[in-house]
Design a protein around this ligand. Sequence first.
Ligand code: FRU
Length: 477
Amino acid sequence: TANREKYRPAYHHTPLYGWMNDPNGMFYKDGKWHLYYQYNPYGSKWQNLSWGHSESADLVNWEHKPVAVKPDGLGMIFSGSCVVDKANTAGFGENAVVAMYTSADVSQMQSVALSTDGGITFATYPYNPVITLESEARDPNMFWNEATGEWNLALAHALDHEMLFFTSPDLKRWTLQSSFGKGLGCQDGVWECPDLFKLKVDGSGEEKWMLICSINPGGPFGGSATQYFIGDFDGKTFTPDRDADGSVPTKWMDYGKDHYATVSWSNAPDGRRTVIGWMSNWQYAAEVPTQQFRSANTLPREVGLFKAGDGRIYASTVPSPEVDALRGKVVKHVSKMSAGRKAKRFALPELCEITLDAASRRGGNMILTLGNDKGEKVVMTYDAANGTLSFDRRESGITDFSQDFPAVTTAPTFTADGKLGLRIFVDRSSIEVFGKDGRFAMTNLVFPRTPYTSLTVSSDRVAQITSLNIYEIKETK
Ligand code: FRU
């Protein structure tokens, strides 16, 4: 069992010991959600990168498994993906789990490994590497393309700020088909950790492809962040949606500072597109005030698409339905309330979910403050007139381990009807905020010296709260 460090999350996935970055290689099979992650089993800094492994029947209680892929003669084991080869296209056996990851030494090459025991142990393919390129390329993400009857692979051409697309009949022989991204989106940092999948646009019969493309640095609030593109993919080429003026908008999956390398589970049931992200930022991931372990993953989330008032299609992210099972008792329920300059105050359990609906008040800000008895606080401000929600963690607790940690992050709320529909998840060292129907997500780490014990609601004018609930959240395994 895990040591009880103060900031160890109570209901987020985290390694028992050691360093973790990107979630990767995730797949679902036989009732189990497998989660692999960039892992140093020997200490809490980025070294000896291997694939750590956890599995879960419900996406929230995780069982820790032995390290699944360890460094070999080709180098460390960087991020990658897994697929379930149902039709035995690779010849490794029906339903073999096939992984591809980046072998990282002086150069970066793509290697294959296979598992015939459902993802517990992997054997490396003797003819590795399967892809070598002249410049840095990593984080291979494979998927079966129904429409073309071939395997596809997206690979990050990191320093060239683009993604490469390949095809294969058998997961071993790959043909480069195209590249995407030169000059588009955020170009400030390296491009990493692609994922590419098709989704329905909410409320229409339309289907679109979403290309996830993590970048570091260049995020909207500094450091690493997860951008994405919406467009079409014909099995060879990705064509982005453009605005009327021909430009390709830059979009973000999350408007906090601590959401990176997000990718989806392969072979998920019921057509779900379930993702999880690394809840940290390369700016300070190695300095955060934890000791025996470093980093946690976000709550699992379901991705969808919606058309916003500006005519563009955006990604939505809601907590996966399994997260609802973590709700304990309602400690506060308010069905109607107005808040002005004098704050309304509620007691907050250490682990909780706060849900809040508010009607728009033009020109007034609604202010939610989570605070403790040391005067440490997180201040969230909803500016209805501008349609933004900001999150200020400058006085949230321990912030001085990095000059990049104190920050204010801001999300567009995409609310035409003024209804916010907030869900706020508070764990021991993180806060995740979701807007109605997942129109925005915002993930930020916080390190309060003692837990936040109160929520206050106030406004510089009058805020109409149409519902407020505070639920206890149960600790997971
Ligand atoms: C992203 C990343 C990947 C790489 C991995 C190495 O955070 O830089 O591109 O595969 O981390 O740990």
